[in-house]
Design a binder for this molecule. Structure first.
Ligand code: ATP
Length: 391
């Protein structure tokens, strides 16, 4: 168990606004952990737009409205947005959930904006759901999943004692191996035993940990490895590599905890975490848990970042239970678009990203401005309208 983890309340609360705090530390980070350059270009930004299925399509429409509003406001900001088929719907129409043309367009684009993919009743013959978002991560080598968790309003947390800004952490999830590495294995009909392999490689681990430490350098300077090194040999290996990489970052404090303890501490004292780095499925599970601490999936953005491209999508799925009803919360998608703008790291996109974050924070400061997932009455469109008005 880590002792005396840094307290976001001790640092964040001194800053004038949760959003300025957030932006000051995050502007451009997601690209700058790969390069320290802020790029200068007058070229339009080519975005491959993959709305996908279910509420993915509904929240994407609102994120696009926000991007167009920014474009109308800043002459320097120009987008070329091209929509491409992807997801379970694409499979039904075209026979492939990730058509080759879509993948090629993603490789060509400056950034990829993704809604959500998959429909519960559209499955491969072996029963698995279509998950082209996972294929994209693997095909484009988007090894680093960045999942910021930020409490915008005390009333959104099931935890009683937290004020806005007092939960502020970043989960850095390995995206290309771990327990997901067996996901495409076939099971022989009638098999009496099935095994999934948890694969850890030195290459993937080193680059993941470096990304985590680079993020921590720009935040509160603390990285916590989440593993299961008390049980699994693969995790002992993972931990040893973490220690090697930690030695490259003497200015960043490194801790290690087991995944079961991480689940407990995230609920008991989330303020004590800064950056958590972890294996693929641990990150998958813990990022949903952490999203629950700040209001749920509707407020949880994410970025899947590689050395050359990146996909930006809300952490949530297609939410079949509410799809088509017009009540999905668009905030996670809109904040994912802000992460895209930060990662693009042009001066004008960094400013635009900050504008989105500020608008979202201002809207969420009013407890009446909520979709039903947060106990409010606004529709998807009305919630986006509130953000656009604030912009
Ligand atoms: P996946 O396996 O793809 O993550 P899932 O069905 O397990 O998908 P979600 O689609 O994320 O999970 O939905 C989980 C719950 O959260 C559902 O009850 C859903 O309605 C709700 N939810 C998810 N995203 C939103 C959103 N943007 N707005 C409102 N509710 C949401």
């Amino acid at each position: 168990m880590p002792d005396a983890l840094p307290d976001s309340r001790a640092t964040g609360s001194q800053l004038p606004s949760p959003l300025r705090y957030d932006c000051a530390r995050h502007s451009g980070d997601h690209r700058r952990f790969l390069s320290d350059d802020v790029s200068h270009s007058s070229q339009p930004i080519r975005v491959a737009v993959l709305p996908g299925d279910g509420i993915g399509r509904e929240v994407m429409a609102e994120a696009i409205r926000v991007l167009h509003a920014l474009e109308a406001h800043w002459n320097e900001l120009r987008f070329e947005l091209h929509e491409h088929p992807c997801g379970a719907g694409a499979y039904l129409k075209l026979g492939d959930p990730l058509p080759a043309d879509t993948l090629a367009a993603c490789r060509e684009a400056d950034a990829i904006l993704l809604g959500a993919m998959g429909l519960p009743n559209v499955r491969w013959p072996d029963g698995r759901e279509m998950a082209p978002q996972l294929d994209l991560r693997e095909q484009l080598d988007l090894y680093c999943g960045l999942r910021p968790i930020y409490l915008y309003h005390a009333g959104d947390s099931p935890l009683k004692k937290y004020q806005a800004g007092e939960i502020d952490l970043l989960i850095v999830r390995e995206n290309t191996e771990g327990l997901f590495s067996s996901r495409l294995n076939q099971t022989a009909p009638g098999a009496s035993q099935v095994e999934d392999t948890l694969r850890i490689t030195r290459h993937a681990s080193e680059r993941l940990f470096r990304a985590g430490f680079e993020q921590a350098r720009r935040r509160r300077g603390r990285v916590t490895l989440v593993d299961k090194a008390n049980v699994l040999p693969s995790m002992v290996f993972f931990r040893a590599i973490f220690d090697e990489v930690a030695a490259e970052y003497p200015g960043v404090q490194a801790d290690k905890i087991y995944v079961d303890a991480a689940a407990l501490y995230l609920v008991q004292r989330p303020h004590s975490f800064d950056v958590l780095v972890t294996e693929n499925i641990f990150g998958d599970i813990l990022s949903d848990l952490a999203a629950g601490l700040v209001g749920g999936m509707g407020l949880a953005p994410s970025a899947d970042v590689g050395d050359r491209c990146a996909v930006f999508q809300p952490s949530h799925g297609t939410a079949p239970d509410i799809a088509g009803t017009g009540i999905a919360n668009p905030v996670a998608m809109i904040l994912s678009a802000a992460m895209m703008l930060e990662w693009l790291a042009r001066p004008e996109t960094i400013v635009a990203a900050a504008a989105i974050r500020n608008a979202v924070a201002d809207v969420l400061a009013d407890p009446a401005k909520r979709t039903p997932d947060l106990g409010g009455k606004l529709t998807t469109r009305q919630m986006a309208d509130a953000i656009l008005t604030q912009l």
